[in-house]
Structure formats: structure tokens, C-alpha cells
Design a protein around this ligand. Sequence first.
Ligand SMILES: NC(=O)c1ccc[n+]([C@@H]2O[C@H](COP(=O)([O-])OP(=O)(O)OC[C@H]3O[C@@H](n4cnc5c(N)ncnc54)[C@H](O)[C@@H]3O)[C@@H](O)[C@H]2O)c1
Ligand SMILES: O=C(O)C(=O)C[C@@H](O)[C@H](O)[C@H](O)COP(=O)(O)O
Ligand SMILES: [Zn+2]
Length: 366
Amino acid sequence: MKTITVDLDATPSERSYPIHIGSAILSQIELIMTHLPRKRVAIVTNTTVAPLYLERLRSALEKQDVASVPIILPDGEEYKNWQTLNLIFDALLTNRCERGTPVIALGGGVVGDLAGFAAATYLRGVPFIQYPTTLLAQVDSSVGGKTGINHPLGKNMIGAFYQPRAVVADSTTLETLPERELRAGIAEIIKYGLIRDSIFLAWIERNMTKLLARDPEVLIEAIYRSCRNKAEVVEADEHESGVRALLNLGHTFGHAIENALGYGTWLHGEAVAAGTILAAELSRRMGMISQVDVERIRSIYVQAGLPVAAPDLGPEKYIDLMGLDKKVAEGKMRFILLQQIGEAVVHSGVPAEALAETLLECTAHA
Ligand SMILES: NC(=O)c1ccc[n+]([C@@H]2O[C@H](COP(=O)([O-])OP(=O)(O)OC[C@H]3O[C@@H](n4cnc5c(N)ncnc54)[C@H](O)[C@@H]3O)[C@@H](O)[C@H]2O)c1
Ligand SMILES: O=C(O)C(=O)C[C@@H](O)[C@H](O)[C@H](O)COP(=O)(O)O
Ligand SMILES: [Zn+2]
């Protein structure tokens, strides 16, 4: 097992927390035992993950005399909303969960974002622990404390920064993950390489076949190097007043795609992949990277079996949706662009013509 610490505030800090990454660690309750003094937890999961892993976690807790309240949500991005959040509050209240009752998220990013937001707001905050079970959640969403829900008008528009007390990423849970979901997780792994770690990007290119084949060692290495990158960014800028925005590469376009097509039609990772190609094309039009760079980026996503052509929604629709992006400041859109492969920047001066040209020339009819 490997452990990374996310150091928050001046260290040592009570808010700092470990990310444990390893094989078959779901049942190792000693990893979270210090957070369970009251011997009772609520586990938020969904109808797909519950039959696979809920009993394993519950019985491991039971062996340590920890009782658990299961809260099983409907599965899907289209359920990342107020109504589902309220199901969590209903269950927490009905079961008389207290301020000292931790909420555990067992599932992918949707469960994690919902459960984290519930933990941030229930009784004004209860302890939160992440057990991510998708590749995307293990490399990205379980770390860093972004929690929240979608709004019909925009992705993740309502939420809170709320850090977990611990993250336990059991790589063996990825054995049951559908192929399409595995590929979607790889999109966020590629992101770290593109924004700040060109050595990791070259490693991903060399190891893509093994990643797709779920080679256990390669998976653990990819999760570890991704989490190390994410932890460093979050430590530097927890609340996204600066460098954390770079983790949004491809997301300004990607979130517009997810919203326009209907939440869940394209997976988050798929929208980020196609969105990153648009960001790369825009970077080239801004004179920042070369055509050769764009083709290298495109071929990495192709290798991963991810979409590289964003849907043709028309420039107006994209621009309208992107106007609600959380990075908009004083009414001005800000884009994450590539200065070079391995170095991203926040750009607030993208000319309207360059954006329109990119959207016209680089999107495709579905
Ligand atoms: N908070 C953050 O920092 C952050 C970062 C990235 C993405 N996100 C959010 O995360 C969400 C996407 O997360 P995701 O890609 O994990 O999708 P997801 O949570 O929808 O999970 C994908 C699918 O896999 C199923 N599943 C989960 N674990 C499984 C397993 N081990 N075996 C079989 N099936 C399994 C789920 O039930 C679901 O059907 C989006 O809402 C996105 O906005 C948040
Ligand atoms: O942790 C972050 O910061 C990220 O931006 C990670 C992204 O992969 C993730 O999709 C995040 O939820 C997007 O955040 P948002 O603030 O644009 O909703
Ligand atoms: Zn993302």
C-alpha cells in the first residue's frame, strides 16, 4: 500500500489527510479507525456499487464493532441533483445520525460529490470519508474537497469545498468497472500530464496498453502519480483562487457538452477529453503550442479510446453555456490553455474570433 498526505494549512494540521492506495484495502478498517470513535457510520452508495462492495465494507466495519447505516441512491449523473441529495438527508435524519457520525462515500465521483456535499451541510458538517471505486474517482474526484450537485443550467453549480478525513482507494474494485468508465478515468490522468507533469505524460503514453488491460501495478502507479499531482495543487491553492484552476483543463468546453447533451449522455471523462482537444486547438490558434503538439495530444486520447471530436452544438450554444462557467470573472470567460505540453496557464484574453473559429472548425456532427 502507498500513502500520500494532503497537507492543508500550516502542517501539522488537523485538516491534513491521507490518501491510501492499494490492492484489497477496502476491508482494512484500521486505516480509518481513528475517525470512528462513536462506532457508527452512514455509507452512501448506489444501486450498482451496493451489490458489489457494500457488504464487504459493512462486514469489515462490523468486525470492529462499527454499525453502519446504508444509503443507496439511484445510479447516474442525471441523479446528481437536489432531489437525490435530499434522499441522503432523509436517511440521515430518519436514522438519527449525529454530528459525530461520519458519512462514507462508497462509489464513483457522483456518489462522492453528493455524499460530500451532504456531509458538508448536514448538521452544518459531519466527518466525511471517501472510498472511491471508479478510476476517475481514485485519481481525481475523491481528493481535494470539491463536492456538489448539478443544476439544469450548469454542471456542479451548487456545492461546497469540504475535505475528507481520509481517502481509501482499493484498486481491486476497478476489476468490475465497465470498459467505458475505465477509459473515462484515463482522461483525468492524462490531464495531470498535460498541465504540469510532462514526464508522467510520457509514462502514460508508454503504459497505455497496460492501463487499458488493467495491469495491477500500472494502475496503482497511475493512481499514485495522479493523486500526488492533485495533492500538490490542492495544497498550494485549496479554494481555487489561482493554480487550482489548471485542474479545469478541458472542463470549460466539457461541462458545456455534458449539459447540452443531457447529463449522463457523454461521461464526464469523455467530455473532458473532447474539451481538452478544443483547448489544445485554441492554444494553437493563440500561438502557444504547435500543430505537432496538438496531434500528439489527440493521439493520446485516441490511444485511450476517448472521443476527440466535440459535438457541433454551434458556437453560440457553447459560448452561452460557457458563460456560466465558475471561472468567469467580471463577466469575462477564462480558459485553461497550454503554454507547452506539461505547462498550462489561465488565460483571460482569448479573442472572440479565435474562440469562434475553434468551435466552428474543430467540432463535429454527432
Ligand atoms: N469533486 C471533484 O473534484 C471531481 C473531479 C472529477 C469529476 N467529478 C465528478 O465526478 C463525476 C464522474 O465520476 P465517475 O466517472 O466516477 O462516474 P460515476 O460516479 O457515475 O461512476 C461511473 C459508473 O460506474 C459505476 N461504478 C462505480 N464503481 C464501480 C465498480 N467498482 N464496478 C462497477 N461499476 C462501478 C457507477 O455506479 C456508475 O454507473 C461527475 O459528476 C464529475 O463532475 C468530480
Ligand atoms: O479538483 C478540481 O479543482 C477540479 O477541477 C477537478 C475536475 O476534474 C472536476 O471535474 C471538478 O469537479 C470540476 O470543478 P468545477 O469547479 O469546474 O465544477
Ligand atoms: Zn473533471
